[in-house]
Design a protein around this ligand. Structure first.
Ligand code: MRU
Length: 370
C-alpha cells in the first residue's frame, strides 16, 4: 500500500539480504519508522511488544525470525529453539504456529549448509502468498459491499457505512489487509464508503493504525469510542460490520480482538450483517468450539491502566488512568460464535459460518472438519 505515494509492504528483507525491515507500529500514527531486525531475539521482541502485530504479519515475521537464526547457527537444536522462542510470543493467532512449522519443516529437510538460503526463500514465499491471499479477500468481499450499498441507496442513503474493529488492514498483513481489503477495493471501485473505526482499547489499533492507513489511502472514516457501535447500529448508521480474525474454528467460530463479540451481538440485534474476513492460514481445522478451545492471550494490565498519546510538546507520553490501588485485567481477544456471523469472507470466496460452508471452500480439510 502507499505511504506518502511510495509503495510499502509491512515487512521486507534489507538491501544487504540479511536483516529484516519492519514498520515499527508502536510509533504510528505519530511517526512512520522502519526498523531492522538482525536476530531471532529481536524478531521475538518485535512480535511480543507489538512492533508488528496482526495474525498474518506475525506469522511472516516469525518465518523471518527463524531465517535470521539460520545465519548464526543452523543446527537442528537452533531451529527448534528459535521455533519455540517465537511461538511463545503470542498464543492466540494460529498463523504464527503455522508459519513457524512451515519454515522448521523446510529447513530440517535440507542439510545445514543450505538452511539459510531455504529459510529466506520459504519466508519470502509465505510473504508473497499472504499478499496474494489478502488481495483475493478483497475481490471476493466486493460484491457484499455492492449489495449493501444497493440496499442503502434503496433506503435513501448516499453512502455505505461500514464498521470495523481493531486493525485488520495492510498493517496487520503483508499487504492489502483482510477486513480492509474489500473496503479499499470498494473505495477504489467508486463506492462511497465511509468507515466507522472503533478505537479498540486498550492498544487502540483502530484509532492509531486503522485510521492512519485509511487516511493514507483517502478512505473517508470517523473514529468512534468502542462503546458507540450499538448506538450507531440502532440509528441505522451502519450498513455492515466487517472484522478480521486471529483464529477461526472448523465450525466457523471467529476469535478476534477483544470487543468483537459485542459488535456482533449488537449487529444481530439490529439486523446489520456481520462479516469476518481472513485467509486460509487463519483457520484452525483442529478446533471446533471457539469459546472452549482457543487460547486467549492475557496481556500486561498496564495496557489498561495507562494510555499513551502525543503531548503538546510533540513528545509521545504515557499517563495513568486508574486509581493506584485498582486492579486491571487485559484479555486481548474474544470469540464470536458462528451463529452471529452472517458470512465468512476468505481468499477462496464467501461462505456460511458453518463447518459445511468452510469445508466446501477447502475440501482438502473435509476429513478434519467432519
Ligand atoms: O493484538 P493484535 O493487534 O495483533 O490483534 C489483531 C487483530 O485482532 C486483527 O483484527 C487480526 O489479527 C485479524 S486481521 C489481520
Amino acid at each position: 500500500m502507499q505511504v506518502d505515494g511510495v509503495h510499502h509492504r509491512t515487512i521486507r528483507v534489507a538491501e544487504d539480504g540479511a536483516g529484516v525491515e519492519i514498520i515499527d507500529q508502536t510509533k504510528l500514527p505519530h511517526a512512520f519508522e522502519i526498523i531492522r531486525l538482525d536476530s531471532v531475539e529481536q524478531a521475538a521482541s518485535a512480535i511480543a511488544d507489538m512492533r508488528v502485530r496482526g495474525a498474518p504479519l506475525i506469522g511472516v515475521t516469525g518465518a523471518y525470525g527463524i531465517s535470521l537464526q539460520m545465519r548464526t547457527d543452523a543446527s537442528d537444536f537452533a531451529v527448534r529453539a528459535a521455533h519455540a522462542t517465537l511461538l511463545a510470543t503470542r498464543p492466540t493467532a494460529v498463523n504464527l504456529g503455522r508459519a513457524l512449522d512451515a519454515i522448521r519443516d523446510a529447513v530440517l529437510a535440507v542439510p545445514e549448509a543450505r538452511r539459510v538460503e531455504v529459510a529466506y526463500a520459504k519466508a519470502a514465499e509465505l510473504a508473497d502468498e499472504d499478499a496474494e491471499l489478502c488481495r483475493s479477500i478483497g475481490v471476493h468481499g466486493l460484491p457484499l459491499f455492492e449489495a449493501a450499498f444497493a440496499r442503502a441507496e434503496a433506503a435513501g442513503r448516499e453512502r455505505l457505512n461500514v464498521l470495523t474493529h481493531c486493525n485488520a488492514g495492510w498493517l496487520a498483513t503483508v499487504d492489502y489487509g483482510t477486513a480492509l481489503s474489500p473496503i479499499y477495493r470498494a473505495h477504489d471501485a467508486g463506492l462511497p464508503v465511509h468507515v466507522w473505526v472503533d478505537e479498540t482499547r486498550p492498544r487502540n489499533q483502530g484509532s492509531s493504525l486503522t485510521a492512519w492507513e485509511l487516511g493514507e489511502h483517502g478512505v473517508p472514516h470517523t473514529v468512534v469510542s468502542d462503546n458507540a457501535g450499538g448506538h450507531l447500529m440502532q440509528r441505522g448508521e451502519v450498513d455492515l460490520c466487517i472484522t478480521g480474525s486471529d483464529r477461526v474454528t472448523a465450525s466457523g467460530d471467529v476469535c478476534n480482538k477483544i470487543g468483537t463479540y459485542l459488535k456482533a451481538l449488537a449487529a444481530r440485534d439490529n439486523g446489520v450483517p456481520f462479516y469476518a474476513a481472513f485467509p486460509y492460514s487463519t483457520i484452525d481445522w483442529s478446533r471446533h468450539d471457539g469459546v472452549g478451545e482457543i487460547p486467549i492471550e492475557e496481556r500486561d494490565p498496564r495496557e489498561v491502566s495507562h494510555i499513551a498519546g502525543l503531548a503538546a510538546s510533540g513528545e509521545v507520553v504515557e499517563v495513568a488512568l486508574l486509581p493506584p490501588r485498582s486492579a486491571a485485567a487485559n484479555p486481548a481477544f474474544d470469540v464470536t460464535p458462528a451463529r452471529l456471523v452472517e458470512k465468512l469472507v476468505t481468499d477462496r470466496g464467501v461462505c456460511d459460518a458453518t463447518a459445511a460452508g468452510l469445508a466446501a471452500l477447502y475440501p482438502e480439510h473435509q476429513l478434519h472438519s467432519a
